[in-house]
Design a protein around this ligand. Structure first.
Ligand SMILES: [Zn+2]
Length: 439
């Protein structure tokens, strides 16, 4: 129905894209050196942050985090984290538990949490009493931080067995306020301002529907972020929670987004009008990339002849994560002729997206798997027929490739009536908190 209208737009878009492409080439010639430095800085900071996180995960050695004098002697708390490839059983063994104790502890955990879901980095706190006069360390209590928001306590019952006295309890949260300015790129600037890698990724994911990080942000733009920190008084644990609120102060006005829990329990981000940040499909399913070839007629870089280019190419370094453009399931995954490693996601009866030349596929990605918008489905590569690393991205509408730049990007959700009122109240609360923390 709207396709006749689309064809006119398509012509305009091709012209715009050609002009844009030509400008990009010119800018590239002038700023080649600068662009390279920026890209390197981006990659480096990304790699650094990832490595730091990995190191944190792998830091499996136990350490005493608190010591207190108790009536009977000394009590102390040991923090220990699951190492890569370690099972709960092996972890407990490493932390000097007896066979009987292990059996009881695993059983107590299993009541509320599947040991199969144990991940590297999961934190446990062991509380010991040093009994006098034998100076023996006796394990008294275990606190398992099982998620960003919950802990499970395991203590000894009257007959001396380890049990969990109740289901996991929620951790209290505090808020922290961070603000900063964009210098070279968003990633490094946000890390410099004090946000950790996963929070920056979360921000990029939240904003990726509304902003092109490579071009829309200019040096001198600023941002502010309110982040939740789950914390546990007893162990002194402080974690990173979710972004509660963020604003990007960019040309054209501030882009504000607020976290809001919907009636069904799902968490979404909305702007001050109650419009969801999630758009139907991502225009840029990748971070830190630039468009290197648009939808339309062009001379094929390898085959040489003029051919319709039925997608958009994003130039990016090998290994750059690629996001699912929308919720859906993986319909095709594997080698596909000149496309190399290829994924096709079906989003609805009408819409699908394709991703080509992947270096490798995302963790646990298989044909038939359900994916959420923003999931990492693969990494940029140059498999198949290509002259350099890039993502070839296609949007299909009723089985035909369409120009991604012209696909309707209306918000997926628009709050109204009672649910809008509820959100506006949440927004006012967050605003107040931000105001207090700013000063
Ligand atoms: Zn392409």
């Amino acid at each position: 129905m709207r396709f006749r209208y689309l064809r006119h737009l398509e012509l305009i878009a091709s012209i715009l894209c050609f002009v844009l492409g030509a400008t990009l080439i010119l800018v590239d010639i002038y700023e080649d050196h600068q662009v390279d430095i920026q890209k390197d800085a981006f990659e480096e900071s990304y790699v650094e942050a990832e490595e730091a996180e990995q190191a944190l995960e792998e830091e499996g050695t136990s350490k005493v985090v608190a010591r207190e004098k108790e009536v009977a002697g000394e009590s102390f708390l040991v923090e220990s984290r699951i190492k890569r490839g370690e099972t709960l059983e092996k972890f407990l063994q490493r932390n000097n538990t007896s066979t009987d104790e292990r059996k009881q502890i695993v059983q107590a955990i299993r009541k509320y949490f599947s040991p199969k879901l144990i991940m590297p980095g999961h934190r446990f706190y062991f509380r010991y009493d040093k009994n006098l006069p034998a100076q023996q360390n006796v394990l008294k209590k275990i606190i398992f931080i099982l998620s960003n928001t919950k802990k499970l306590v395991i203590t000894k019952n009257q007959s001396g067995e380890f049990v969990s006295p109740g289901p996991p309890v929620s951790l209290k949260t505090t808020l922290s306020y961070t603000h900063g300015g964009i210098e070279d790129n968003f990633y490094t600037s946000a890390v410099k301002a004090g946000l950790n890698a996963s929070l920056v990724n979360q921000l990029i994911r939240i904003y990726s529907y509304s902003i092109d990080f490579q071009r829309a942000l200019k040096s001198g733009d600023t941002f502010e972020v309110l982040v939740e920190h789950p914390q546990d008084e007893e162990t002194g644990y402080v974690g990173y929670g979710e972004v509660v609120y963020a604003t990007l102060f960019v040309a054209g006005g501030p882009l504000r987004l607020f976290k809001h829990t919907l009636d069904d329990g799902s968490i979404e981000y909305f702007n001050e009008k109650g419009e969801g940040a999630k758009k139907a499909l991502l225009k840029t399913p990748i971070k830190g990339a630039r468009v290197s070839s648009c939808f339309g007629k062009r001379t094929h870089p390898i085959r040489g002849y003029t051919k319709m280019h039925r997608g958009v190419d994003f130039a990016a370094p090998i290994g750059t994560p690629i996001f699912a453009a929308g919720d859906g399931f993986i319909k095709k995954m594997g080698r596909l002729r000149g496309f190399g490693n290829y994924i096709f996601i079906q989003h609805s009866q009408d819409y699908g997206t394709a991703y080509a030349h992947l270096h490798r596929y995302g963790k646990n990605m298989t044909k038939g798997k359900k994916v959420k918008q923003g999931d990492v489905i693969g990494y940029v590569g140059m498999t198949g027929l290509t002259t350099g690393p890039h993502l070839h991205y296609e949007i299909h509408y009723r089985g035909e490739e369409v120009n991604p730049q012209l696909v309707n990007m209306a918000p997926q959700q628009r709050l109204s009536g009672k649910s809008l009122e509820k959100f506006l109240q949440v927004m006012r609360d967050i605003d107040q908190k931000a105001k207090a923390l700013r000063s």
